[in-house]
Design a protein around this ligand. Structure first.
Ligand code: N01
Length: 507
């Protein structure tokens, strides 16, 4: 590897706060969180920013995912930056390309791209108090005063552990690695998985393919997506009526959280309301009781992430679509072999089998104080203090980190609040002239104990299902209280939970 040292490297061993200079801040990842951090930090006067992006363009999950039917099941006016409300959303629930275009427009408008180094993945981060040493894929080494990881959650595709998967003679790919170069028209296609992604794909491709086999291991709860195209008059009104966009954003947030978050977090009446709505939707959409029974879950709604999709059930009833509920035994060169001995012959096999959700910033090697590696710190399960910081990893923040608010809500809204919290911490460091900040071990433990106690009451734990919210120990690794509480925590951080230290002599 070509190890080179940049001009700025290895000089700033002092504390930015006492030297009266700008902190050098590294932001890793240029998706919604990373772009939001670049913009908000600059707005607050933090200008020495470098964003490392492994790909050649911004976008994160909205760049990597471009499968047919890709859309967002959080309303557009809520799935937006609060500082860049968009009156021009064309639909109540936006499609992937429009969301990616919005992110680019905002990044361009605020000049965020000037701070991004593209095609520059980060392989190593090592804490050399009070700075972090960062190594790129190219072997360049630099030091930063603070690191903000904005590397996303649903990043690394999970390939199913099915015998013979590689023996398939046709084409196969994961939903997050969509092959635009292989036409589906008229082909015999199989799709494994029936989560949010699969439902969108099935709805979008059923009319195009020759035959479609949908391999369902577990049925998911689905509610309708009340899609709506916004008229030109409505968009005009949004531009002209002061406060209207913000009011809609807040209303959408209230609605999402009032329905799904409450239903998940122990409000049994609300949980029943959501489940009854799903059952009514199912009954209306699928008149055939036999098919209906095969797609009716036997666990509680909101145990897995709720799916909002209006195209899936109609697609399942098309003549060229078959729901396969027999367990998959193996993939063979001709197709998929199920438990009843049948081989479902296919030209193309689609894997909508989800993501490795415990990786976060890994496999980047992150080494904190006393040689502690993040992968070791997370050996049992990835944990964090208030889903943002880690004891033993000073001056290091993670947006959308473990134990965050991952339910049916806007992750843009959540990451914006996390960025505000980071800024509040930086302001305090500057004010008090301290070089080091990290959560106290006891605060981290108390917080995680409280989480473990309360998460047991949620339907993620009690609903009787398996889901990507569960960690390797079978415990939901997700925020157990209402999103409103998390936002308040971020807006009013309790500084007594952190150790703020002046500079000890660093070498
Ligand atoms: O992945 P999933 P996803 N054999 O993990 C099945 C977000 N998202 O990509 O349920 C057979 O939910 C698995 O079966 P089971 C959203 O947060 C958002 O669909 O485990 N089947 C399941 O059916 C979502 O939660 C939007 O029994 C296997 C499926 O694969 C997250 O992404 C849109 C299998 C995986 O479902 C992930 O959704 C789309 C095997 N070996 C996605 N392994 C928005 O609109 C797995 N499965 C914002």
């Amino acid at each position: 590897m070509n190890m080179s040292v940049s001009g700025k490297d290895l000089q700033p061993t002092g504390a930015w706060t006492t030297e009266g200079r700008q902190p050098r801040i590294a932001i890793i990842g240029a998706g919604f969180s990373g772009i939001g951090a670049l913009i908000k930090l600059r707005q607050q006067g933090y200008t020495d920013l470098t964003c490392f992006e492994k790909a050649g363009e911004i976008g994160g999950t909205w760049r990597d995912n471009h499968y047919p039917g890709l859309s967002c099941d959080v309303p557009s006016h809520f799935y937006s930056y609060s500082f860049a409300l968009n009156p021009d959303w064309k639909h109540r629930f936006s499609y992937g390309p429009e969301i990616l275009a919005y992110m680019n427009q905002v990044a361009d408008k605020y000049g965020a791209k000037q701070d991004i180094r593209f095609n520059c993945g980060v392989t190593d981060l090592t804490y050399l108090g009070p700075q972090w040493q960062l190594t790129t894929e190219q072997g360049d080494v630099e030091r930063f005063d603070l690191v903000i990881a904005a590397t996303g959650v649903l990043v690394n595709p999970a390939y199913p552990d099915i015998p013979g998967l590689d023996s398939f003679a046709g084409e196969q790919w994961h939903s997050a690695r969509w092959r635009d170069d292989v036409p589906l028209k008229g082909k015999r296609v199989g799709i494994i998985g029936t989560g949010s992604t699969a439902c969108q794909i099935v709805g979008a491709i059923a009319g195009d393919v020759g035959h479609l086999d949908v391999f369902q291991r577990t049925p998911h709860w689905i509610t309708s997506m009340p899609q709506k195209q916004y008229s030109a008059t409505w968009r005009f009104l949004l531009r002209r009526v002061p406060g209207l966009q913000l009011a809609i954003r807040n209303f959408m947030r209230w609605l999402m959280e009032h329905t799904f978050a409450r239903a998940t977090l122990g409000d049994e009446k609300q949980q029943k309301r959501v489940q009854d709505a799903c059952l009514a939707f199912l009954k209306e959409q699928i008149p055939d009781p036999e098919l209906r029974a095969r797609v009716t879950p036997d666990y509680k709604a909101t145990c897995k992430r709720m799916i909002m999709c209006s195209d899936y059930y109609p697609a399942l009833q098309q003549d060229n679509v078959e729901l396969v509920t027999e367990r998959i035994d193996a993939v063979v060169p001709e197709g998929v072999k199920t438990g009843d001995g049948k081989v479902h012959e296919l030209d193309i096999l689609l894997l909508a089998t989800g993501f490795h959700v415990s990786d976060f910033i890994l496999p980047t090697r992150v080494t904190g104080e006393n040689g502690l590696e993040l992968s070791a710190f997370w050996r049992e399960a990835p944990r964090a203090h208030r889903a943002l910081t880690f004891p033993g990893f000073p001056n290091f923040f993670m947006l959308e980190g473990p134990t965050g608010v991952f339910g049916n809500t806007s992750l843009i809204d959540i990451s914006e609040h996390q960025i505000d919290c980071v800024i509040a911490i930086l302001d305090k460091m500057k004010r008090d002239q301290v070089a080091v900040v990290a959560p106290k071990q006891e605060a981290y433990e108390a917080y995680n104990q409280a989480m473990s106690r309360d998460i047991g009451k949620s339907t993620w734990a009690t609903g009787g299902c398996d889901s990507w919210y569960l960690d390797a120990t079978g415990t939901p690794n997700i925020y157990p209280w209402l999103p409103q509480q998390y936002r308040e925590d971020m807006l009013n951080p309790d500084f007594s939970e952190y150790r703020f230290e002046p500079l000890k002599v660093a070498v």
